[in-house]
Design a protein around this ligand. Structure first.
Ligand code: ZN
Ligand code: FE
Ligand code: FE
Ligand code: ZN
Length: 264
């Protein structure tokens, strides 16, 4: 059984298509559940091409809840992808606490002022930076986000590789430390197929990280990070193959922030 827990909507300003069309594609692909997971309003920046505005959050929640009543195959879930930015934890908790989300994703898209995952609106800084240091900083933010206790799912946990810049040395210690932190916090890791469509050309997180996750008993769920209906469930055959190869037999599903495991 497969679920796609990571699809966006036009409300974020950089995704396209009707929500009904996302659902139609999910139904065609026989997904058991489709989770809308749009970018939460951000505190550190107000950019209408990055996230919905704060006043649109209730509109988003209402729209998903309406669709949820209308569709039962796939089951519709209400998620939200929040940017983790240190210093804004309390605001975020307050904002998201107003609604009954099925799950909350934490994602790191920004290191300090550097929006490293978006070269469309923000200049690529990889060439000017020490890439090893960028990996250190990124995974340190990831560990902070895990320890914040705000999130159920860690989104695309090695997103820093997106533009195909890799650490010069071995970072196993960094990965092990991070996966240990995830296991201690008992949260879930997302297997995100959008990495296959990026310069790095691999799933987030890497098979190596997934192997570690499996060893530490970390549950996983699945997302396409679709920003258009045609991307729903994209490359899920590859994701399922990878998961099975690593040893996973179950995926996590969420309802009102309660986790339930389903056979893969
Ligand atoms: Zn997006
Ligand atoms: Fe993201
Ligand atoms: Fe996303
Ligand atoms: Zn994402």
């Amino acid at each position: 059984m497969l679920v796609d827990y990571h699809v966006h909507t036009a409300l974020c300003g950089h995704a396209v298509g009707e929500m009904e069309d996302y659902i139609r594609v999910a139904a065609q692909k026989n997904l058991a559940e489709l989770g809308f997971n749009d970018h939460a309003p951000a505190f550190h920046v107000r950019d209408p091409e990055l996230t919905m505005a704060a006043h649109q959050l209730s509109e988003y929640v209402d729209q998903v809840r309406i669709l949820q009543k209308r569709h039962h195959r796939p089951k519709i879930k209400l998620g939200i992808e929040a940017d983790f930015v240190p210093g804004h934890e309390d605001e975020l908790k307050q904002l998201l606490g107003q609604y009954d989300f099925d799950y909350i994703y934490g994602s790191v898209h920004i290191i300090g002022e550097w929006r490293f995952d978006d070269s469309r609106l923000y200049p690529n800084q990889y060439d000017e930076r020490d890439v090893d240091e960028a990996y250190e900083q990124y995974f340190s933010l990831i560990r902070q986000s895990i320890r914040s206790g705000l999130f159920d799912v860690l989104g695309h946990m090695d997103l820093i590789k997106k533009f195909n810049y890799w650490p010069t040395g071995n970072i196993d210690h960094l990965l092990r430390k991070t996966v240990r932190t995830i296991a201690e916090a008992d949260i879930c890791v997302e297997v995100n197929t959008s990495g296959l469509r990026r310069p790095c050309a691999e799933i987030y997180p890497s098979e190596k990280i997934l192997g570690l996750c499996h060893r530490y008993g970390v549950p996983v769920t699945l997302g396409s990070d679709a920003h258009g209906p045609e991307e729903v469930g994209l490359d899920f055959d590859k994701a399922a193959e990878t998961l099975k190869r690593v040893g996973y037999t179950k995926v996590a599903t969420f309802e009102r922030r309660e986790r339930k495991m389903m056979p893969l």
